[in-house]
Design a protein around this ligand. Structure first.
Ligand SMILES: *[C@@H]1O[C@H](CO)[C@@H](O)[C@H](O)[C@H]1NC(C)=O
Ligand SMILES: *[C@@H]1O[C@H](CO)[C@@H](O)[C@H](O)[C@H]1NC(C)=O
Ligand SMILES: *[C@@H]1O[C@H](CO)[C@@H](O)[C@H](O)[C@H]1NC(C)=O
Ligand SMILES: *[C@@H]1O[C@H](CO)[C@@H](O)[C@H](O)[C@H]1NC(C)=O
Length: 412
């Protein structure tokens, strides 16, 4: 695999420049590293018929069962502290004072009681609303009720708000999302603010105002919802790879690009593809919101979600979003600077899905490593230490179809 040196140097120059931007981020003291938690949407959707699907139905008991597992299985202690309810938690109508109410059949104790339970477990509660007239699934939206809803959430003890953008005019979103941010601030309760706004305006350059996103939101969705498949997963990775210089410049402590939930432990990815998602979400400094049934997790999926090397890369205090250095012939290399001087995370993805493992001979320059005489590598999945390698030496990597090889490289 031969690469143009000029191209690589350009990529590296940009890699080390990002992060020197002066754009202000939302100042609510939250999300200094990418937020971590669990979110119901990708796995449990809008399943509301509890007769038909008692095990998967969105109820307060489902949420409590996930909270219990977050604690007993070690997810909370690894950093996954937010437990976030998505669309379909509400009753179809507001009450006679205009306040939101939870569905009385599925959430009979109400959200305040659920928040108390979640807090008693050392977790934080997230909730979902929509900026428009109705949510994406047709429940009451926050249009005309932004201030009242912000106060309701604060009174209930909510710690995170995901504000979606269905059934709304894209031209109103800047004003509306900023207003909701102000209302949340005025409640006096620090509430992590997740915005879907950028995803709704991503194809309209004039409305794609990243300076405003960063000032208003802790975390924002840029692109399509993730579905439970490799094609969906890779389309998101490729979107980030293709738009990286715009996106990465705005990521950092307090504000993060959000490529959507982790589908590890779902039905659609092979074990190798699950490694790709966890590896790449670490590389991209992405928020880590698992969406799986924590009552039923395969050991390999659990080990990935709790992998200490990957979580350390994701949570690195420097907060740099990794960049794709090159993509050639169904292979790509990504690089993320880490806070330890000279230390980098490097990912090589084989996106070819045909048959056999492939062999790559790559030089340190092709991996984007800075020129030092010798360096060591730690394989993040096996925790095996290798080295020292000479800078002049090419290294052989054998990578399975739709899989990833990922290391932390540091000067020896
Ligand atoms: C739930 O599903 C059952 C069985 O399919 C059906 O009979 C019932 O009408 C459904 N209930 C609601 C509220 O849709
Ligand atoms: C509200 O905004 C001010 C100014 O940015 C900030 O200092 C304060 O911490 C915010 N409070 C909350 C609860 O977010
Ligand atoms: C952002 O991306 C667009 C489209 O690819 C490009 O024209 C523009 O120059 C980029 N802006 C920055 C600051 O990189
Ligand atoms: C690099 O690896 C060598 C041999 O495996 C070891 O002696 C050395 O301490 C390592 N250097 C660092 C910085 O970890």
């Amino acid at each position: 695999m031969k690469l143009s040196c000029a191209f690589l140097q350009l990529s590296l120059a940009i890699l080390y420049q990002v992060g020197h931007n002066q754009v202000l981020s939302l100042d609510n003291g939250l999300a200094l590293t990418p937020p971590m938690g669990w979110m119901h949407w990708e796995r449990f959707r809008c399943i509301t018929n509890c007769t038909e699907q008692p095990n998967d139905c969105l109820t307060e008991d489902l949420i409590k069962s996930q909270a219990d597992k977050m604690v007993s299985e070690g997810y909370r202690d690894a950093g996954y502290v937010y437990l976030s309810i998505d669309d379909c938690w509400m009753a179809k109508e507001r009450d006679n004072k205009g306040a939101l109410v939870a569905d009385p059949i599925r959430f009979p104790s109400g959200i305040k009681a659920l928040a108390d339970y979640i807090h008693s477990k050392g977790l934080k509660l997230g909730i979902y609303e929509d900026f428009g007239k109705e949510t994406c699934q047709g429940y009451p939206g926050s249009e005309f009720y932004l201030g009242q809803d912000a106060q309701t959430f604060a009174d209930w003890g909510v710690d995170l708000l995901k504000l979606d953008g269905c059934n709304a005019d894209v031209n109103d979103m800047k004003t509306g999302y900023e207003a909701m941010g102000e209302f949340l601030n005025h409640t006096g309760r620090p509430i992590l603010y997740l915005c879907s706004w950028p995803a709704y305006v991503q194809k309209i350059a004039a409305l794609s105002d990243y300076t405003a996103f960063k000032k208003t939101c802790n975390q924002w969705r840029n692109f399509d919802d993730i579905e439970d498949s490799w094609d969906s997963l890779y389309s998101i990775i490729d979107y980030y790879g293709s738009n990286q210089y715009n996106l990465s410049a705005f990521a950092g402590p307090g504000s993060w690009n959000d490529p959507d939930e982790l589908i590890i432990g779902g039905f659609g990815l092979s074990p190798n593809q699950e490694m790709v998602q966890m590896g790449m979400w670490a590389m991209m400094a992405s928020p880590l919101f698992m969406s799986l049934d924590l009552r039923d997790v395969q050991p390999e999926s659990k080990a990935l979600l709790l992998n200490k090397n990957l979580l350390a890369i994701n949570q690195d205090p420097l907060g740099k979003q990794g960049l794709r250095l090159w993509k050639i012939n169904k292979a790509e290399v990504w690089s993320k600077p880490l806070s330890k001087p000279g230390s980098l995370a490097v990912a090589i993805i084989n996106t070819d899905n045909q048959g056999a493992p492939r062999v790559f001979h790559l030089s340190p320059a092709e991996l984007g490593l800075p020129q030092v005489p010798k360096y060591n590598m730690t394989n993040v999945f096996t925790n095996k230490h290798d080295g020292p390698y000479m800078f002049s030496q090419s290294i052989k990597f054998i990578i399975n179809p739709t899989s990833i090889y990922m290391v932390i490289a540091e000067p020896s």
